[in-house]
Design a protein around this ligand. Structure first.
Ligand code: 6LW
Length: 548
């Protein structure tokens, strides 16, 4: 009797708790979302769905681990869960690439129990794919595709079991139809071996005469018809999305007369969201269609965060897609997909280095060919290497965090004992070898300097002899960086005043990659047996995240 009563009480209370929690959820789930869905360095997004889970991958260029993979349940809240290439020995070629070479636009797909990520390593082996049963990994070794040196490969599984590889390029160069033309072609692929089978078929050179740089293809079969979606115009202000369809996978593909179906190319330089293009489509479990694509944001004329990932709705009218009807623009605030609101718990801002592995957020500049860092006793121990951030094709001692906000605070506690004049450790704001800021303990002083278009400028240098320091960088809305340092967090003094932050912007450092902030140690071209110890690193974004 008692037991029965208890059970009843339990079940009614549980039911009311469930009711309360659904209503809390309903109350707190916003109606809108905020673009970008992944801010900062997140170009060339590609998306796939398994059950009610969504996965998105980005290109990553010379940074490592390569091809970040994010997970979401509502297309709006995304969590970094892995990288498709995180084992350095799987892609040793990435140790030597130039800035903005390396990993270009990927395609992420799921078929028959396996995830596939296919991409190009530019100037480091060309096209390859990796597979995984679990998107968190482990991912396989690369399987190299034989016979294509073009970029932006796509994989498409047809209903008859055949798999098609789409590549970018003009098969017969003598037939290049106009200046700056590029094209898309298709060929069957054997996914066991990576061999392309049969003949290559050219599908298009672009939606119309004069279409430039047709690339980034994805093929889908929707209601019995084959759709080809491409990026056009180059990944700058003329970027666009165009669509084609065909009754046969190998064409002929008819360009939609309303192409390009999405572009901000005619909005002029003042557009806040610009460079929209390079789309991939997904249908939700509730029947809606959405597209991810890349775009950039214009902060008072400066593109500080490079190419980011955006989301927009797609509807079908007369058998063709309409992007974000009726405005046909990517909006910063837009109506949310009809999916259960599923935010992830906020991550702590401070990384204490207590685990035995670096947090997924951290990246290296190129593939580390040797183990120059270690996590031990709650510290990140970083060996000084002669390589600096101003050298090309090297892997300096840098541990970097994507800059995901226009406004942020980054800080660290670093110690480097008995420093010689060539030995330095501290913070960097980094884009490429010619455009970056360094704020370091060096020899007997603190030094703040930056490279802008390859020219080194020293902002400030102040005597400092203690073994360790807290270093702090504040990036502000007015495109300035403010630096401070001291022996403890409550005793910081500023140095250098307001420093123009635009060296890492697209305006100055234009490239495919994006900005980072992080930790750095170097012995400036000379051998050293020193190790710098980072007690913690903090990255705190100050941009408002989700829509109200
Ligand atoms: C990407 C290609 C592109 O692979 O930029 O300009 C490349 N075009 O689509 C790098 O994101």
């Amino acid at each position: 009797m008692m037991k029965k009563k208890l059970l009843k009480w339990l079940s009614t209370s549980l039911a009311s708790i469930a009711l309360i929690s659904t209503s809390v959820q309903a109350q707190t789930a916003p109606e809108t979302f905020k673009n970008p869905i992944i801010a900062g360095f997140a170009p060339d997004p590609t998306i796939t769905k398994v059950g009610n889970d969504y996965y998105l991958a980005n290109s990553s260029f010379e940074f490592f681990p390569a091809v970040p993979i994010y997970h979401s349940k509502d297309l709006v809240n995304w969590q970094l869960i892995s990288y498709a290439v995180s084992e350095p020995s799987y892609l040793p070629e990435l140790a030597q690439v130039d800035p903005n070479r390396g990993i270009y636009a990927p395609t992420l797909r799921y078929h028959d129990g396996l995830f596939y990520m296919i991409t190009t390593c530019v100037r480091c082996g060309d096209n390859f794919y990796v597979t995984a049963k679990d998107p968190k990994g482990p991912w396989s070794k690369p399987i190299w595709v034989e016979g294509d040196r073009g970029i932006d490969p796509d994989l498409f599984w047809d209903d008859d079991g055949k798999v098609y590889y789409s590549g970018t390029g003009i098969l017969d160069k003598s037939k290049a139809p106009w200046k700056n033309a590029n094209g898309i072609w298709i060929q069957e692929i054997d996914l066991k071996t990576g061999k392309l089978l049969g003949k290559k078929t050219q599908l298009t050179f672009g939606h119309a005469a004069q279409a430039h740089y047709t690339e980034g293809p994805h093929i889908y079969k929707i209601n019995g018809e084959y759709f080809l979606i491409v990026a056009e115009g180059g990944t700058g202000s003329s970027h666009a999305v165009s669509v084609f369809k065909s009754e046969n996978v190998k064409g002929p593909y008819e360009p939609f007369q309303n192409n390009p179906v999405m572009t901000h190319r005619n909005m002029g330089r003042k557009a806040f969201i610009h460079t929209t293009g390079h789309a991939d489509l997904i249908q939700t479990q509730n029947g809606e269609w959405w597209s991810v694509m890349l775009a950039k944001r214009n902060f008072n004329g400066k593109t500080m965060l490079a190419r980011e990932s955006y989301l927009t709705k797609v509807e079908w009218e007369n058998g063709w897609p309409v992007f974000n009807a009726p405005v046909n623009r990517i909006l910063e605030i837009d109506k949310r997909p009809n999916l259960p609101w599923s935010p992830f718990p906020a991550k702590p801002h401070r990384y204490n280095f207590d685990a035995n592995k670096l947090d997924l957020e951290f990246n290296f500049l190129r593939n580390p060919t040797r183990n120059w860092y270690k996590l031990s006793k709650g510290k990140l121990a970083v060996e000084l290497q002669p390589e600096t951030g101003h050298m090309n094709k090297v892997n300096p001692s840098m541990v970097l965090h994507r800059t995901r906000d226009l406004q942020y605070v980054a800080s660290t506690h670093v110690s480097l004992q008995n420093r010689k004049q060539n030995e330095a450790a501290g913070l960097v704001v980094y884009r490429n070898k010619d455009n970056w800021y360094q704020f370091v303990l060096k020899g007997d002083h603190v030094e703040l300097s930056y490279y802008r278009k390859g020219k080194l400028s020293e902002v400030a240098r102040q005597a400092y002899s203690a073994d360790s320091a807290v270093l702090k960088i504040v990036a502000s809305e007015d495109i300035k960086l403010y630096f401070s340092y001291g022996e403890s967090e409550d005793k910081l003094q500023s140095i250098g005043g307001a420093v123009n932050a635009d060296a890492t912007s697209d305006n100055i450092a234009l490239g495919f990659n994006g900005p980072y902030v992080g930790m750095y140690a170097t012995s400036h071209n000379k051998p050293s047996n020193k190790t710098a110890y980072f007690d913690w690193f903090e990255y705190k974004g100050l941009d408002e995240k989700n829509a109200k």
